[in-house]
Write a protein that binds this ligand. Sequence first.
Ligand code: ATP
Ligand code: MG
Length: 577
Amino acid sequence: MKISQTLFVTLKEEPADAEVRSHALMVRAGFIQQIAAGIYVYGPLMWRVLRKVEAIVRAEHDRVGGQELLMPALQPRELWEESGRWGRYVADKILYHFQDGRGRDVCLGPTHEEVITNFVKGKLSSYKQLPQTLYQIQTKFRDELRPRFGLMRGREFIMKDAYSFDADAESMAASYAVMREVYRRIFTRCGVRFTPVEADAGAIGGSGSEEFMVDADTGEDAIAVCRSTGYAANTEKAVSQIAPAPPAPAEVAMHREPTPGAKTCADLRALFPGLPLERMLKTILYRAVWADREQTVAVMCRGDREINVVKLQNHLGCLSVQLAEEKAVKAATGAEVGFAGPLGLQADVQLLADRSVEGVQGFLCGGNETDVHVLDVWFGRDLPQPPTYDFGLVQAGDLTRDGQGTIEITRGIEVGHIFQLGTKYSESMDCRYADEQGKLQPFHMGCYGIGISRTAAAAIEQGHDEAGMIWPLPIAPYHVMLIQMRAGDEAQDALAQELHDQLEAAGAEVLWDDRKMGAGAKFKDADLVGIPLRVVIGRDAGDRKVEWKPRVGGEVEVISADDVLGRVQAALAAASA
Ligand code: ATP
Ligand code: MG
C-alpha cells in the first residue's frame, strides 16, 4: 500500500490530555481520534491492528470448538430484571439505559450473560448437546466513571466475550481450564508479556476467576506476586500473612488524651513517638448501600495496614461501599473526621474489624470526640473485640499465606478475565437441560472476556520508546515499512515497486512510503508508527542494494534486494512459532 494513497496524517504535538504513552502515541500517529471522553474513531491503521487481534482470538477459540455468534448491543430491561442485575448496574452508574419511543426501558450492553442465557434456553435442552462454548466479538458500552488512558478505559470499546455451558461443576471446571489455555495462547501469539492472576469476580459473580495482566508499570491494577512460590493475585483478591502484633505493654487503665488536630497515624506518631503503628488501631467509616437499605459500617484495622474495600463489599454482600461522607461520620461518632473509634459509636453503626487487630492490646484508638484519642485500650477488658475477617490489603513484604515466600507488588493492565459462574444465571433465568434421567438441571456456566481494543493499547504500553510505538509483529498494522528516500528517482521507483509486489505476493503486508518529502521526516514517521520490519531504498537502488533497518534491535545492514523476501519470511515465521 502506497502511503501517498492512504489517510496517513501524523501530528507533531502530543495531545494535552494523554496520561499514558500508548494514548499519546496512538493519537499522534493518527491511529485513533477521540470524539468525546472515552469514545474513539479507530482509524485505518488502528483497525488493521484490531482485526489482527480479533483474528488471533477467533482462531484460538475456533481451535477448541468455540462457535462465533453476534448478539445485539441494545437489550431490554426485562432480561436484566430476570437475572437481578438491573439494580446493581444502575446503582453503579455504569449502565447506559434509557426509554425507547414506546416508553420501554432498554440498555446498551455492558456484557451479555443475560442475552446468551436467554438465547440458549430451550435450544440447549439435553445433556447430549453439552458442553458448548459460544462467543462473539462486539462493541460494549460502559459509562465508566473515569474514562481515560485512551483505549484502555473507553466508554465504548471492543470486547470478545465467550460463554460455556456444562452439565455440572466438574465439567465446567474442565471447560474453564481449556479457556485458560486458550487465553495463554492468545496473549502469547499477540506478542505481549503477561501474568495470569487470581481475581475477584466482582459484579459478574460466580466462584473462581482469573485475570490476564499485561505487565506494565502504568497499569491500573496492582498485583501481588511471589517469585519463589509463583503466587500471583490481583490485590483486590490477594491474601497474605502479616507480621504478628507486637507484645502487649504493661496493663494500665485506659485513659483519654487530648490530640488536637491529630487525624492521621502520622500525626499521632509525632505526638506519641513511643507507640508503634501496630498499636494504633484505625477505625474507618464506610457507607454501604444495598438494594433496600443503607448503613454506616465501621471497620477497625492496625495502623500499619489498609482496608481492601472489595473484600469488605463481598463480605457485606452490598451493591456498593464508599468512604462515609463527613456528615455520616459526624452522625456516627459525634466528632470531626479523624477521631472515630470503637467506643461509643451510635447504635446503628455496624462494627467490624480486620484480622490485623487480633492480639493487639494496650492500643490507641479514636475517642469519638473531636481532638481526643483513647490510649491503653484492651480488648476483653474495655470492649469486646469486634468480629474479625480478612479485610486486609496485601502489602509488599508480607509473607504468602503459606509462609513460603515474600510478596512483591507489581502493576499490570487487565486484558482478559475468565470466570466460573456456576448456576447464577441459569438458576435466576430458569435455563435448564434434561439430564440422563430426564430431570431438569441448571447449566453450569463460565464466561470469558478479552478487551480487544485494550489489548492493542497494552501492547504499545509495553512496546514503545522515545520515538514512537513498537508493534509486536503478529499484530502490527503492516509487517514491513518500505521507505523510499527519493520518490521520482527512476531506479528507486522501480526497485520499490518490485519489492512491494514481491513481498505482497508472498503474503507480507507492506506500507510503502512513496511520499515526495525529506528523508528525515519519513524516518520520524516510521519510528512513530512502529512497523517492526523496515527496508530503506536509497542511493544504491541501481545496484539492487537496500538497507535492512528493523524498528528496534540490530544494526542497519546493507543487503541485496534479492535477500529481502527471505529476511521478511524468516521474521514472520519466527513471530508465529
Ligand atoms: P476493569 O476492572 O478494568 O474495569 P472489568 O473487570 O470491568 O475491567 P470485564 O467485565 O471482565 O472487565 O471485561 C472483560 C475485559 O474487557 C476486561 O478484561 C478488559 O480487557 C476489557 N474492558 C473492560 N472494561 C473496559 C473499558 N472500559 N475499556 C476497554 N476495555 C475494557
Ligand atoms: Mg470495569
